[in-house]
Design a protein around this ligand. Structure first.
Ligand SMILES: [Fe+2]
Length: 253
């Protein structure tokens, strides 16, 4: 399997806090069936800045350690980029990284709201032939309570990534149910771990795919796996047509 969202790089954000922890996470990823993993350290979220150059070096050095330890996991470059004012300028200034060498950027919203300029940003990125993937929309309060807002963003050309633990029920019943509903409505295009450590936020990707197979079907699980593969291969991902909620009918007597 391929995991497109993780905090496996040591000492760069609130993910792994040491090389030893990164190696332990790598072993756990392999045990979970992951063979390639994109390192997506937080960037520009107000607490952490991880511009492109540093991420590339850190990924190269972690891959070297993995080879030395005989751990069969390949780490690829990426960032989890907070939506911020200078995002486009910083892309042009080569401070930002796509997922591996693709045209897809993993973008993060604040937890409490959806920035007003997000539709404009999605449009601008699409004009530049870049495709934003919204990281864990089910963990954003606005989108959780009103998935129609996510539908609007997807209609503008964004994609969605759900987090394995949301599907696994770790963040509660409501997030689990909304996550499944977002998947069924084709608002989600990827499943990823967003692993931060081996305790509270580990991988759980195999289990998440089992949840999807059980609740939605194997076709949907295979679709998500193919899309993660496409990111790594540099091919275009498949986006199923949106399933829009049917309007409730009200009868007045
Ligand atoms: Fe993350």
């Amino acid at each position: 399997m391929i995991d497109i969202h993780s905090h496996i790089l040591p000492c760069v954000d609130d993910g792994s806090q040491s090389l030893e922890e990164s190696l332990a996470m790598a072993r756990a990823a392999v045990d979970d069936g992951i063979r390639q993993i994109i390192a997506t350290p937080h960037h520009a979220n107000g607490r952490y800045d991880n511009p492109a150059g540093g991420v590339v070096k850190s990924v190269a050095s972690l891959n070297e350690e993995l080879r030395r330890e005989g751990i069969e996991l390949e780490v690829l470059t990426g960032q989890e980029i907070r939506v911020y004012g200078n995002l486009v300028e910083d892309w042009l200034g080569q401070l930002l990284l796509p997922l591996h060498r693709s045209s897809y950027l993993l973008i993060e919203l604040p937890t409490g709201d959806v920035p007003k300029h997000l539709p404009d940003l999605i449009h601008e990125l699409r004009v530049m032939q870049l495709i934003p993937i919204i990281a864990h929309p089910e963990r954003n309060q606005v989108l959780l309570n009103n998935p129609k807002r996510l539908q609007e963003l997807v209609e503008l050309g964004a994609l969605g990534q759900v987090t394995s633990h949301s599907l696994n029920g770790v963040f509660g019943k409501k997030i689990q149910e909304v996550s499944l509903q977002m998947c069924k409505s084709n608002l989600i295009h990827f499943v990823a771990s967003d692993a931060h450590n081996l305790t509270s936020r580990s991988f759980g990707l195999t289990n998440a795919y089992h949840v999807i197979e059980g609740k939605i079907g194997k076709d949907m699980a295979d679709y998500f796996k193919r899309n993660a593969q496409a990111i790594v291969e540099g091919s275009r991902i498949e986006a199923k047509p949106l399933v829009k909620a049917t309007k409730k009918r009200f009868f007045f007597w």
